[in-house]
Design a binder for this molecule. Structure first.
Ligand SMILES: O=P(O)(O)OC[C@H]1O[C@H](OP(=O)(O)OP(=O)(O)O)[C@H](O)[C@@H]1O
Length: 309
């Protein structure tokens, strides 16, 4: 081997060693997080823990007294002293908020190094309800640092897996959705609609863009009754959309309104090809199972990532 070749080999080895050392240091620097969770969120908590060796699941005994009031017990309270602790909450109803409040107050007082509250869906406080980083955030006291995450990267990743032959267009059902999402989805051509609420009715009209011949994906922050999406689908189909799908981050679906979207397998034409939601509303995920056209895009990876910040 010539002297030059030997020198080159040495420098490649040195570079590789430096890269390995950097990777080991960055692994060692990762925060170890103890993750507690409410009962509704057990599946999501397990998925988050399986994303990272640095997240350990912890448990709470969710007991109640004879009169129905919560009688909770935090297991391993000694073990978490000086540690980073997180609690995965679900505010799906006032009753479950009540039983979680005492845990949210107690955990930070158990001599922990830091406390993180993970709330995948909070009706008026999620990222999907604000337009841009920097918007005013109410609700939080000065000692709380809110971090808002979005589910849109999960959608764009999923759309990349669809056949290349499909021409994908993103549709916003109203100005609110356009304001929130257009910057995150600017790689797609768009259709913008306008929506007026009249009591229980939603009146949707096409404002700009042409959905003809395309696979149109309606993007919104959340679904409740489903009226917005259903009316928007009708407008897009009437303007020649080849196929319509929907993505909403939060599948709230009160009163099982998700049933309006399931494929009936009776030969009738299905309005929605795909309906993507995230697992931010765990009760919805349990009810819809794998029923077509629903597909759940999990927030587990992005929550595991955020717990490292
Ligand atoms: O499934 P539905 O019962 O139709 O409800 C869901 C719709 O409600 C919200 O919009 P809203 O009309 O409150 O306007 P906004 O986008 O300005 O918040 C939300 O952004 C959805 O578009």
């Amino acid at each position: 081997m010539s002297e030059n070749a030997a020198n080159n080999n040495n420098s490649i080895m040195e570079k590789n060693q430096a890269i390995c050392k950097e990777a080991i240091v960055s692994e060692l620097q990762k925060k170890k997080v103890h993750l507690f969770y409410c009962l509704e969120c057990e599946e999501l908590a397990r998925n988050i823990a399986s994303e990272s060796d640095h997240i350990t699941l912890q448990s709470i005994n969710w007991r109640s007294f004879a009169d129905g009031f919560p009688n909770l017990f935090i297991n391993n309270a000694h073990e978490i002293r000086g540690q980073h602790v997180a609690f995965l909450a679900s505010f799906s109803s006032p009753a479950v908020i009540f039983e979680q409040i005492s845990v949210i107050y107690l955990l930070p007082r158990l001599f922990v190094a830091s406390f993180t509250l993970v709330l995948p869906f909070f009706p008026t406080g999620s990222f999907e309800r604000m337009e841009e980083e920097g918007d005013e955030r109410f609700y939080f006291a000065d000692q709380v640092l809110p971090l808002f995450e979005t589910g849109i990267p999960l959608l764009t990743k999923r759309l990349q897996q669809l056949p290349e032959t499909e021409k994908i267009i993103v549709a916003f059902p109203d100005d609110g959705a356009w304001k929130r999402f257009h910057k995150l989805l600017d790689q797609y051509p768009t259709v913008v609609c306008t929506k007026v609420r009249e009591g229980d009715k939603r009146i949707v009209r096409l404002k700009e863009g042409n959905p003809a011949g395309c696979h149109v994906v309606i993007v919104d922050d959340l679904v409740q009754s489903g009226g917005t999406l259903i009316e928007c689908q009708k407008v897009l189909a009437a303007h020649g959309a080849a196929k319509v799908s929907a993505y909403v981050t939060h599948g709230v679906f009160p009163k099982s309104s998700w049933e309006r979207f399931t494929h009936k397998n009776n030969g009738s034409e299905e309005a929605f090809a795909y309906f993507w939601i995230t697992d931010s509303c765990p009760q919805t995920v349990k009810s819809i199972g794998n029923k077509a056209p629903f597909e759940v895009l999990s927030l587990a990876g992005s929550i595991a990532g955020a717990l490292q910040i």
